[in-house]
Ligand binder design. Structure first.
Ligand SMILES: NC(=O)c1ccc[n+]([C@@H]2O[C@H](COP(=O)([O-])OP(=O)(O)OC[C@H]3O[C@@H](n4cnc5c(N)ncnc54)[C@H](OP(=O)(O)O)[C@@H]3O)[C@@H](O)[C@H]2O)c1
Length: 216
């Protein structure tokens, strides 16, 4: 399958590499056509990995992973172009974080709105599914590296898009526990979790963890 990964950071590279390993053709999108990180990533992958602008990648992908800096994700998607996103599933891994105070991260949107909702409103003809944003990137694509089976969440308005994403999470990344939280407004909760994730990361001195939901 042709897949777009919008973003040349850690998440884009980790997801992009996993998709290439699975045999997909991946185009990494950036603001520049030849972003140095994307060029190095494609070279290291050797096969099935190419790079281009956000618009080139979005046009190429049958499915689009959104892996851009949260505070500017809408800008990146406007560069990708509504016509290139139309009718496609957008797997939104972003968190709307403001890192200006290194000690106390803030959210650029929260409580009554979320980045997932903003993306869905801005691109109503795309099907946004928020997922994986509650995890460090290496855990996103390899949950089995954790010592227990843990949970990942999906949020989105389209039941068929969520079913496709659940299948991707299960079949490609081996997620066994996937909780459908509901429509895209449930992105608010998983985005606000980013602050707890940050506290846990500092408390545990590790990125490699996740939460597990248990009932009695
Ligand atoms: N790091 C993790 O493990 C992790 C875990 C969970 C969720 N997340 C979320 O995943 C997303 C990606 O995180 P990351 O650490 O991989 O990378 P990042 O540094 O947050 O984002 C890098 C991407 O953002 C793009 N970007 C930066 N400024 C831009 C602007 N002004 N306009 C348009 N695009 C711009 C960059 O474009 P260029 O390619 O052109 O430079 C690059 O592709 C974030 O929303 C983050 O909160 C990250």
């Amino acid at each position: 399958m042709n897949i777009a990964v919008l973003g040349s950071g850690q998440v884009g590279q980790t997801i992009g590499s996993k998709l290439v390993q699975l045999g997909h053709d991946v185009m990494m999108g950036s603001r520049e056509e030849a972003n140095p990180k994307a060029v190095v990533w494609a070279k290291e992958e050797k096969h099935n990995a190419v790079f281009g602008t956000f618009a080139n990648a979005a046009a190429f992908g049958e499915i689009i992973f959104v892996c851009t800096l949260g505070s500017v994700t809408l800008d990146a998607l406007y560069l990708a172009g509504a016509a290139n996103l139309k009718g496609k599933i957008l797997i939104d891994t972003t968190n709307p974080l403001d890192y200006s105070d290194e000690k106390h991260w803030k959210l650029t949107v929260c409580n009554t709105d979320s980045l997932g909702e903003q993306i869905q409103r801005a691109f109503p003809e795309a099907m946004v599914v928020k997922t994986l944003n509650t995890l460090y990137c290496t855990v996103m694509v390899d949950p089995e590296k954790l010592v227990e089976t843990t949970d990942v969440f999906v949020s989105g308005n389209s039941a068929t898009a969520k079913a496709s994403v659940i299948k991707i999470l299960h079949d490609w990344f081996h997620w066994k526990r996937i909780i459908d939280l509901g429509d895209i407004t449930t992105s608010r909760a998983v985005e606000m979790y980013a602050l707890l994730w940050r506290s846990l990361r500092l408390a545990k001195s590790s990125h490699s963890f996740n939460i597990k939901v248990v009932s009695h």
